[in-house]
Write a protein that binds this ligand. Structure first.
Ligand SMILES: Cc1cc2nc3c(=O)[nH]c(=O)nc-3n(C[C@H](O)[C@H](O)[C@H](O)COP(=O)(O)O)c2cc1C
Length: 397
């Protein structure tokens, strides 16, 4: 039997290029729920976490970057969330400006339907050719997507119209614009199946193979020097789920909900208390306040709160997120991830149990969470995720 340690799961290229010990990333969570403390704890432990910049003021993001940079050693990984903002694109620009000012090399781009000048500006900043003639792109965009058509725009090179605009504005040189045709917008695509927060309610077993096929097609067409990596997110809250994602061929996994119950997460203690006792059927879907017109949904906790399940919205989540039965919150620094497995079992040749010894051990599960401004127009209740549930405010209408 070959023992597989957690360090050997996923893409070794990702480990090297992201400077992490494990192919295990922690997604951004709004308004600093994915807090600077969480990002630092993850970085120190050999993971990479993205700061939840959404809803944070520019000054808060800036001081969080300074905190993270001073707390982490050189080479320890961290990143920021870049949320698409169709109503206020200047907020995207603010995050990009800070990233460029402070040399932030990793960004998790989310909620994009199409590319915007700010995400292209971040990606192509500093693009150059090295002495061996290879194209070097210092800034890494991990694109979190739940649909093949959105995955495609990130897998292809940046659109010429946006690149030309950036050249005209002086953000890129014509030579850099030429080089941009040789690289994808994102070398890392994270396929998000049904998840906490905003969700497209996708099914990982169906989505992942579709995105692998698309990746292979795009790779053949553009013949990139480095192929695009594809990771998995959504419903990964147990070692078993992580093992399943890697067995399906994921280059990395990305978690969200599960991280809310860490000591370091920025959500309130009362919310942590509720989340860590939530079961797999204790969630519901509600319209997302910020993308209401697009029909977007958020997955929320329905047990122990004033969420009013109506006849059409009380469907429980079946995404299979698991739970660690414990009431003790653990700091990230105590995580000792380890998945061990019989490799031949993974390839389906021999029978035998896959033993998963926890990523992280005994970390309490948070399942789905009261999202930001969730269901305000739906249930007549709005939540402030930081104060929730002690400050649940009624809104009119
Ligand atoms: C409370 C909460 C807030 C979130 N906020 C954001 C956000 O601001 N930006 C973002 O890109 N993703 C956000 N996410 C999604 C996570 O980064 C991650 O992709 C997702 O939670 C993974 O699925 P899981 O919750 O099933 O593990 C949020 C998730 C949760 C649970």
């Amino acid at each position: 039997m070959i023992r597989i340690g957690p360090e050997s799961l996923g893409s070794t290229r990702l480990l090297k290029e992201y400077g992490v010990k494990y192919a295990y990333l922690a997604g951004a969570m709004y308004k600093g729920i994915a807090s600077k403390e969480l990002v630092v704890a993850l970085g120190k432990a050999g993971f990479l976490g993205y700061l939840g910049t959404g809803g944070m003021a520019r000054s808060e993001v800036e001081s969080a970057i300074r905190y993270i940079q001073s707390a982490l050693d050189r080479g320890q990984g961290y990143g920021l969330n870049l949320l698409c903002n169709m109503e206020r694109p200047e907020l995207e620009d603010e995050v990009v400006d800070l990233c460029l000012q402070y040399g932030v090399r990793f960004v998790e781009a989310a909620a994009f339907i199409q590319l915007t000048p700010s995400v292209v500006r971040y990606r192509l900043h500093g693009i150059r050719q090295n002495e061996r003639g290879e194209v070097v792109v210092p800034n890494r965009v991990l694109a979190k997507v739940s649909r093949p058509e959105v995955a495609r725009v990130f897998m292809e090179p940046a659109p010429a119209a946006i690149v030309d605009q950036l050249v005209a504005q002086g953000h890129l040189t014509p030579a850099q614009a030429q080089l941009s045709r040789q690289v994808p917008m994102a070398h890392e695509i994270c396929v998000e199946a049904d998840s906490g927060g905003h969700t497209d309610q996708g099914v990982a077993y169906a989505l992942m193979p579709a995105i692998f096929t698309l990746r292979d097609e795009v790779q053949r067409r553009f013949a990139y020097e480095k192929s695009i990596l594809v990771g998995a997110a959504g419903g990964i809250g147990t070692p078993h789920a992580a093992a399943a994602a890697f067995a399906m061929g994921a280059d990395f996994v990305l978690t969200g909900s599960i991280n809310q119950c860490t000591v370091e997460s920025g959500i309130s203690d009362s919310a942590k208390d509720l989340l860590q006792t939530a079961g797999v059927n204790d969630t519901a879907y509600a319209p997302a306040g910020d993308m209401f017109e697009l029909g977007a949904k958020v997955q929320v906790l329905k047990r122990g709160v004033f969420f009013l399940p109506g006849p059409t919205n009380c469907t429980s989540s079946t995404s299979g997120i698991g739970r660690w039965m414990t009431s003790t919150r653990k700091p990230v620094s105590s995580w000792k991830p380890s998945i061990s497995s019989d490799r031949s079992r993974m390839s389906g040749r021999k029978r035998g149990p896959i033993t998963c010894e926890a990523i992280p051990p005994r970390l309490p599960m948070s399942s789905r969470i009261p999202g930001r401004r969730c269901c305000s127009s739906f249930a007549g209740i709005s939540f402030n995720p930081r104060a929730w549930p002690s400050r649940v405010s009624r809104i009119s209408g």
